[in-house]
Design a binder for this molecule. Structure first.
Ligand SMILES: C[S@@+](CC[C@H](N)C(=O)[O-])C[C@H]1O[C@@H](n2cnc3c(N)ncnc32)[C@H](O)[C@@H]1O
Length: 254
């Protein structure tokens, strides 16, 4: 399998992904939830189907999805994340494209287009998120599905205090993750500080969170419609307590 490089006028920096690449798999190990997610994606892609993952990262989802027989292509703007993916995938079962979401045109269509673990929230404005949805639609095969996983904003939107979570990373190393909400922009700022004995390294970035009803409307503006909505990968109902939600979209013409 191959790696291509695509450039885009709407390029965002891959710096944040780059800063997390070396510890990402420790921070976000493969859990039962990941396996459930992969099972749902494999079913939606269909037997021997094709999938395009936006923000493929280290391949945490893409590699087990490929192991289930899905032909997976992953795009990411972080060359370091893609470097980790390649070492996690010695058999090169996943095709990778080094590119940003905005303006992407691979001139190919896929049975499944996936943006899991808040990929859509990486686009920093509402207009750019609608553009990402249009780009996803452009890559959708007839009858295909777009699947988005986004965090449920309710618990965060009214929070005024900085939240700090520390992730121990082995002897003498810790990653401190601080988040601060800017409600008027629906923004969650993230500040990661890596402390491992040398000079502490800091990386900052932000995500724009999305309300379910807002996502429905943005999808319509992008020529899509909501087919299903769940409060988790177990396909349970979305409730006020759901930490995230999953949205399945189809082309409005289908
Ligand atoms: C939270 S990680 C998710 C990785 C993987 N999907 C997973 O679940 O483990 C988000 C990924 O999206 C990438 N990313 C963020 N913004 C992007 C953009 N505008 N274009 C392409 N990739 C982007 C980051 O580099 C990072 O690897």
């Amino acid at each position: 399998m191959s790696q291509q490089t695509v450039t885009s006028d709407l390029a965002l920096s891959g710096a944040y992904g780059d800063s997390l690449a070396e510890v990402y798999d420790q921070l976000y190990p493969v859990t039962a939830g990941v396996e459930q997610c992969v099972g749902v994606l494999a079913e939606l892609a269909g037997e021997g189907g094709s999938a395009l993952e936006f923000g493929v990262g280290t391949g945490r989802i893409a590699i087990p999805l490929a192991a289930r027989g899905v032909r997976v292509t992953g795009i990411d703007s972080s060359s370091k994340m893609l470097g980790v993916l390649r070492s996690n995938d010695p058999g090169a079962t996943v095709d990778t494209v080094h590119a940003t979401f905005g303006g992407l045109d691979l001139d190919r269509r896929f049975d499944l287009v996936a943006g899991v673990f808040n990929a859509l929230c990486c686009a920093p404005t509402q207009d750019e998120q609608i553009e990402v949805l249009r780009v996803m639609r452009r890559h959708l095969a007839p009858g295909g599905r777009i699947v988005l996983e986004t965090f449920e904003p309710g618990r965060h939107h009214t929070r005024r205090m900085t939240e700090t979570v520390t992730h121990p990373l082995g002897p003498g190393a810790v990653l401190m993750e601080q988040t601060q909400i800017v409600p008027e922009g629906q923004l969650m700022f993230l500040l990661n500080t890596m402390i491992d004995g040398g000079t502490p390294r800091v990386a900052a970035g932000f995500m724009r969170y999305v309300w379910p009803a807002e996502l429905d409307l943005m999808a319509r503006l992008a020529g899509l419609r909501v087919r299903e909505r769940w409060g988790g990968w177990d396909r349970g109902q979305l409730t006020a307590d759901s930490p995230m939600y999953v949205t399945v979209l189809v082309d409005e013409a289908s």
